[in-house]
Ligand binder design. Structure first.
Ligand code: CUA
Length: 334
């Protein structure tokens, strides 16, 4: 990826990492509800301030002129006050009831069945990364990736949310409400991205030392691009075609990398860490922590504890030649 492309992606991500920039019908609904509550509250607040100021200044004028006169209480004044308080209370109840009704109706729309044409994706939370799986009736077509969830824009997706260790919470603020991932249980959540784009998301339940570095990206593709991406992910990893890449694959298979990682089409098949079959097609590494560049990958492989202290990945030692060959090999895993 070129520098300009990285800058562009980062900009896109920043733009769409906010509840205030809704990118799906669900978040637009929540945004409308929030705006209605916010502006109604602002108007009520201003009215209360005006009433308060009016009462303060009116009382002062009244006090000045009442120095010699009789006390300003009369049955008629009492009646006026009672009416004003009654009207204000009635209005408050009406407004709160309006909020309640619109809140319940928004909640019902958010939980309604998205229909049969929704795409099913399984997202599993791990300390501290996201496993993403696209299942299929044919087991060979299953696609497993990490930290980047490709979805087709304009089509609902249903996420099956699971956890292998502690409670995590899935939240891409521009696209959906948040939902917990609970060990031993499956939760589900659905949303739909209006337009293609990159949307950042974050774990929202404190889940240990690196909770803050448990980010992810939702990449909404045009439907044709999504189909191309999914078909590409179904392929096994590219077979090395030159001596350096071949050497890199040998380094990988002979190292402790295979204890935790899988690369499709090779003997490496462990599911403890992220699947690396198409690592080079991902924009970031370490759950959204770093852009996926050769230098960052090298730093991560050698000393992940310096980047994300407490991560399950141990430090590694390679000779410079082996490391360069390994990096070259990993970079071919598109
Ligand atoms: Cu996972 Cu916080």
């Amino acid at each position: 990826m070129t520098g300009a492309a990285v800058a562009h992606t980062v900009m896109q991500i920043q733009q769409s990492h906010s509840v205030l920039t809704p990118g799906s019908p669900e978040t637009r609904l929540i945004d409308r509800l929030w705006n209605a509550m916010y502006f109604t509250s602002v108007v009520v607040f201003l009215l209360v301030v005006v009433a308060l100021l009016w009462a303060v200044f009116r009382r002062r004028t009244a006090e000045a002129s009442a120095a010699a006169a009789a006390p300003a209480t009369s049955p008629e004044r009492e009646r006026r006050l009672t009416t004003a308080v009654g009207v204000a209370t009635g209005l408050t109840v009406l407004i709160l009831f309006g909020f309640l009704v619109s809140d319940i109706s928004a909640g019902r729309q958010l939980t309604k069945n998205p229909g049969d044409q929704a795409l099913q994706i399984r997202v599993t939370g791990h300390q501290w990364w996201w496993e993403v799986q696209y299942r299929d009736s044919i087991a060979q077509n299953w696609v497993t990736t990490a930290n980047e969830i490709h979805i087709p824009a304009g089509r609902p997706v249903v996420l099956e949310l699971r956890s292998t260790d502690v409670i995590h919470s899935f939240w891409p603020p521009s696209l959906s409400q948040k939902r917990d991932l609970i060990p031993g249980d499956a939760n589900s959540l659905w949303f739909q991205a209006d337009t293609p784009g990159v949307y950042r998301g974050q774990c929202l339940e404190y889940c240990g030392l690196q909770h803050a570095k448990m980010g992810f990206l939702v990449l909404a593709d045009a439907p044709a691009d999504f189909a191309t991406w999914l078909a590409g992910q179904r392929d096994t990893a590219r077979t090395p075609t030159d001596s350096v890449t071949r050497r890199g694959q040998e380094v990988f298979l002979a190292s402790s990398c295979v204890m935790c990682h899988a690369i499709g089409g090779t003997p490496a098949g462990s599911r403890i860490g992220p699947d690396l079959t198409h690592l080079a097609s991902r924009q970031t590494i370490a759950a959204g922590t770093l852009p996926n560049t050769r230098g960052n990958l090298a730093g991560w492989i050698l000393n992940p504890q310096a980047i994300k202290p407490g991560t399950r990945m141990p430090p590694n030692q390679f000779s410079p030649d082996d490391l360069q060959a390994l990096l070259t090999y990993l970079e071919t895993l598109k």
